[in-house]
Design a protein around this ligand. Structure first.
Ligand SMILES: Nc1ncnc2c1ncn2[C@@H]1O[C@H](COP(=O)(O)OP(=O)(O)OP(=O)(O)O)[C@@H](O)[C@H]1O
Ligand code: SF4
Ligand SMILES: [Mg+2]
Length: 320
């Protein structure tokens, strides 16, 4: 793991509890628990996991949209909960930009898309940067003449997602937080969008927190990866180590579900078992104990700690 590199953002012991159900069925769901990771400068870090494992909840806390019950987020060493003044919050938002899943929801269908780009430029006081809109579009492979005066419905999902990335680049951010940015994009265009993240990292020194349930794009684009399961990161390290030589029984199961000959096959096709979600979330010990082939007595009552093994972190009692 590359600990010597400059760190941009770090989470420490992040926890989020939701109250779910009503009446007598009301209960607490610890949707995110003890989540610790960081994103370095010039790095693509991926948080991957099946639907409902807590990825978006982590990203919302990281962006300051949602308050954690426990834990902290540090951006360039500063606790973001200390950013009280509007000016400081705006400064953080300028450096940490987000990209959402559905570009058609990012843009109002009745507004020309270029107006968003110019408004963002104005909002963040980037007016002195003459060609910032044009340059941001060029960075995503588009020319202003292809965009000017056109409405969202005149673009494909892939083109519109490129435009929303261009909009995010206007503030010259250090970090993009991209929550499932390609899941609404045509399968044939997904790789070209994730390729763009690599280009932005290499040419513009933009780091990316890529959030996805798609292991194929995750493997292709990431420098490091954290695998989430029911609110915890259960394995984290360099992408090659974690996905090609997984140590956690859950990651091992994931790897088997993506045959090397067909990396496009998604885990969700085989192992997304929605009914199990609540039961597993409520487990006291290891959340994977109900499905783990190596389960031991200890696993049932004790949540595994973060254990360092072969160049990565694993949360599993097998490696104690
Ligand atoms: N506002 C909320 N109130 C109650 N429960 C919530 C809330 N937001 C999320 N949850 C629950 O927390 C868990 C984690 O949800 P989250 O949206 O973070 O998962 P995710 O990994 O982003 O899933 P997906 O891949 O479907 O986007 C889920 O069980 C979800 O139902
Ligand atoms: S802690 Fe126990 S149940 Fe959990 S993954 Fe490891 S061996 Fe399996
Ligand atoms: Mg989500």
């Amino acid at each position: 793991m590359s600990n010597t590199r400059e760190e941009l953002i770090r989470t420490e012991k992040l926890q989020k509890i939701f109250v779910v159900g009503g009446g007598f069925a009301r209960s607490k769901l610890v949707a995110v628990d003890d989540v610790n990771f960081h994103v370095n400068k010039d790095e693509i870090f991926t948080l991957a996991g099946e639907s409902g494992c807590g990825k978006s909840t982590v990203s919302k806390m990281l962006l300051g949209f949602l308050e954690p019950n426990e834990g902290k987020v540090y951006y360039k060493g500063e606790d973001i909960s200390n950013l009280k003044k509007w000016k400081d919050k705006k400064g953080f938002m300028k450096e940490v930009q987000s990209i959402f899943q559905n570009p058609f929801e990012t843009f109002n269908p009745l507004r020309k898309v270029d107006s968003y780009l110019y408004d963002t430029q104005k909002h963040y006081g980037m007016n002195h940067k003459g060609r910032v809109v044009e340059e941001s579009l060029e960075a995503v492979g588009l020319d202003i003449s292809e965009v000017k005066g056109r409405y969202p419905n005149e673009f494909s999902g892939g083109q519109l997602q490129r435009i929303s990335i261009a909009r995010a680049l206007i503030t010259r951010p250090s970090l993009l937080v991209a929550d499932e940015p390609v899941s609404m994009v045509d399968a044939s265009l997904r790789m070209s969008i994730v390729n763009l993240f690599k280009e932005l990292r290499d040419k513009r020194h933009v780091s990316v927190l890529y959030i996805t349930h798609d292991l194929a794009t995750a493997y292709y684009v990431s420098d490091r990866i954290g695998i989430m399961f029911r609110g915890n990161i259960i394995e984290m390290g360099d992408v090659e180590d974690v996905l090609m030589n997984p140590k956690h029984p859950y990651t091992q199961m994931l790897k088997e579900s993506i045959p090397e000959a067909d990396p496009k096959k998604k885990w969700t096709e085989r192992i997304s078992i929605k009914e199990l979600e609540t039961e597993e979330y409520m487990r006291k010990g290891c959340k994977f104990a109900g499905r783990c082939p190596y389960v031991m007595e200890k696993c049932k009552d004790n949540m595994p700690e973060e254990i360092s093994v072969e160049n990565r972190m694993v949360r599993c009692w097998l490696y104690e």
